[in-house]
Design a protein around this ligand. Structure first.
Ligand code: BTN
Length: 216
């Protein structure tokens, strides 16, 4: 099988850090590392989620990592395509490890659900330079071997679904490959194809649903 060209080739593995996204941001500010650099942590003390939420993950049980990308080819107004690429890659990964037995969906833009329960979350933080994206920090939290979650999180993991344990190293290697394939498709300008794939996997796609906006 072909090896990766750049995603995850440079990996920094930390036993403990506040947040891999914060660590990656400091690297970007100090001296931009090579594109595709991955920061992986066994444990995060202040893992960050969307909308100022925290991301809580048992040490050494799950994948908590951040990639540094330089999508200078992408106009700032098209930055949502990064969410498309990452959501497709993570949902592919989950399907692969669950052998496609379950319904894996993307709850746009950041959540990956299996049978309506959250298995992964994505936090992308971009640095813009003029009309372009200079650096993108792509934080991914994927529940792998953890089997107990607070009820209100409605969370699940690969192990809870499949009753199997997974080697984190293997999961990370596969994510590197999958993410690189989708990212290169975006770089090649195959946006229509990516959007079509995304539409097929959208949670509640094709259904009328009720949404609450500003409490109403
Ligand atoms: C969400 O669903 O709210 C997004 C969760 C993102 C969590 C990941 S874990 C690795 C990276 N570092 C962080 O502090 N957050 C992201």
């Amino acid at each position: 099988m072909a090896e990766n060209l750049f995603i995850g080739l440079n990996t920094i593995h930390l036993p403990c850090v506040d947040s891999t996204n914060n660590y990656a941001r400091e690297l970007v500010h100090d001296k931009m590392p090579i594109e595709g650099t991955l920061i992986i942590a066994d444990e995060q003390t202040i893992g960050k989620g969307q909308r100022e939420n925290s991301w809580v993950s048992e040490a050494k049980m799950n994948l908590t990592g951040s990639y540094i990308l330089n999508p200078v080819f992408l106009a700032a107004q098209n930055q949502f395509f990064l969410s498309v690429v990452v959501a497709l890659a993570v949902s592919d990964l989950v399907s692969l490890f669950l052998a496609n037995e379950e319904s894996v969906k993307i709850k746009w833009p950041n959540d990956i659900l299996v049978n309506n329960q959250k298995i992964a979350g994505i936090l992308i933080e971009n640095t813009l330079q003029g009309a372009h994206i200079e650096a993108s920090i792509v934080g991914i939290g994927l529940n792998v071997n953890q089997i107990e979650f607070q009820n209100e999180l409605n969370a699940t993991s690969l192990k809870l679904i499949s009753a199997k344990s997974f080697e984190l190293k293997t999961v990370i290697q596969q994510l590197n490959k999958t993410l690189e394939q989708y990212y290169l498709r975006l770089k090649a300008g195959r946006k229509t194809e990516l959007l079509a794939l995304m539409n097929q996997r959208l949670w509640q796609g094709g259904n009328w649903i009720q949404l609450k906006l500003n409490g109403e």
